[in-house]
Design a protein around this ligand. Structure first.
Ligand code: GAP
Length: 417
């Protein structure tokens, strides 16, 4: 009971911090909101971008076998018919079947109107561009396509803040392989997914794997693992890994000609060279919003400072929305403000981008605010600075302060991150 209450409070604290500090707001709030939608504020956008960048870097930039795509959200309705989404993409509630795809009409004139759907997964944008990608880049198996983008589901009961929304974002990979290698690559991607979760800062003690039983798997999957997270409202899905077989490419009637061995020297059976075949697919899928929620829950920390409880977000520096905040000790002392702006803020902003100017309230209040934003370093320009060109740098986690030469600031921060 006590634990449940604490967990409930934690969720309330996170939601309220997100609003107070400009991370996430309720969608259409001034009109009473729209269930299942959220709007991202300045720091929320920055946090999401950092998470997406870390994902893109690991799975695209650092590899030679991945191809990015940014496909349209609106797709020809046939895509959803041939892949079984129109028939299968449904929840069951009270014996009634609801199709959870968001339907829309495309075409301004009545006679030209065609039914379309807002995509419920980004995956199909990759499958329908499989041939375009093969023709443009001539990739050799195994290779993957990756996409980050919005997905929409008319969820019956949107709930739990960012967890179940009607409009959300996915980061997905479709990894094309030969059929007989699916188990090997399934294991491989399981490892890659876990590695990234740790890299961007999740509390791995709260991450668990669930082998999804036959009856609960999506209609296209032959094996699925859900990576679950211990949210305050229970252990629930965070990300997923599925073996989609050749289900999608077959349905889209897309094939591939196995041509030559891969540059890595992987031998392919000679009898298959030059033959048409349908690759199989391993799909690692990640919800951006759930990544943000799980991360906030992982890094939210409370401790006691100067007899007061303080809360802070212990983001890794590469993920934190703000890397450092610059403050003149007093905002009405022009010489401090000018120094802080011209010699500290402007050069650091040019170098790191994610730099905040904070001159609101006393220093203690500024530290508390930056702690809640998760800013790893606060830099204060004081009267001593004017005489010796040093500033106070205060570390978020320990609250420790040290004097650093202004000329050394860039390197100091670079070393720390
Ligand atoms: N292409 C496969 C696919 O879409 P999914 O498990 O239905 O699989 C993938 O969705 C990920 O998208 C989930 O693991 C979750 O992180 C996220 N997701 C799904 N529905 C969501 C919702 N209503 N709100 C927020 N995120 C959601």
């Amino acid at each position: 009971m006590q634990k449940e209450k604490k967990e409930e409070n934690l969720m309330e604290k996170i939601v309220s911090l997100c609003k107070r500090r400009g991370f996430v707001f309720q969608g259409s709030e001034i009109y009473g909101g729209l269930a299942g939608t959220y709007d991202w504020g300045h720091y929320g956008v920055a946090l999401k971008n950092n998470i997406k960048q870390s994902w893109w870097k690991k799975f695209l930039d650092n590899r030679r076998d991945m191809y990015g795509i940014d496909a349209a959200i609106l797709m020809n309705a046939k895509v959803w018919e041939v892949t079984g989404h129109v028939a299968n993409f449904a929840d069951l509630l009270d014996g009634k079947q609801f199709n959870t795809m968001l339907k829309t009409e495309v075409g301004a004139k009545k006679e030209d109107v065609a039914i379309s759907y807002l995509r419920p997964e980004t995956a199909q944008g990759m499958f329908v561009n499989f041939k375009n990608t093969v023709d443009a880049f001539h990739p050799k198996l195994p290779f993957g396509m990756a996409q980050i983008g919005k997905a929409f589901r008319n969820e019956i009961a949107p709930r739990d803040f960012l967890f179940r929304q009607r409009e959300f974002e996915q980061m997905e990979i479709e990894y094309f392989i030969r059929a007989d290698e699916w188990e090997k690559y399934f294991e491989y991607w399981r490892g890659e997914m876990l590695e990234w979760m740790e890299e961007f800062g999740l509390d791995m003690g709260k991450v668990h794997e669930l082998e999804v039983p036959d009856a609960d798997r999506a209609h296209y999957s032959k094996r699925t693992i859900d990576f679950e997270f211990d949210y305050p409202f229970g252990r629930k899905e965070l990300f997923g890994l599925a073996y989609r077989t050749d289900f999608d490419l077959k349905n889209h009637k897309l094939e591939y000609i196995d041509e030559v061995p891969t540059p890595e020297g992987v031998e392919i059976p000679t009898e298959s060279v030059g033959k048409k075949m349908t690759p199989h697919v391993i799909e690692p899928t990640f919800g951006v919003d759930r990544a943000v929620l799980a991360l906030l829950l992982s890094v939210y920390t409370e401790d006691e400072k100067d007899g007061e409880v303080r809360s802070y977000l212990k983001f890794k520096p590469n993920i934190a929305p703000v890397i450092c905040a610059v403050s003149p000790l007093l905002k009405n002392k022009i010489e401090l403000v000018e120094y802080a702006n011209n010699k500290v803020y402007v050069p650091l902003k040019a170098e790191f981008g994610r730099v905040a100017w904070d001159d609101n309230g006393n220093i203690g209040k500024r530290y508390r605010r930056q702690d809640e934003i998760g800013t790893p370093f606060c830099i204060v320009v004081d009267f001593e600075t004017l005489t010796d060109d040093t500033v106070t740098v205060r570390a978020r986690d320990t609250g420790e302060q040290e004097r650093v030469k202004v000329a050394d600031l860039k390197n100091y921060i670079k070393e720390k991150i």
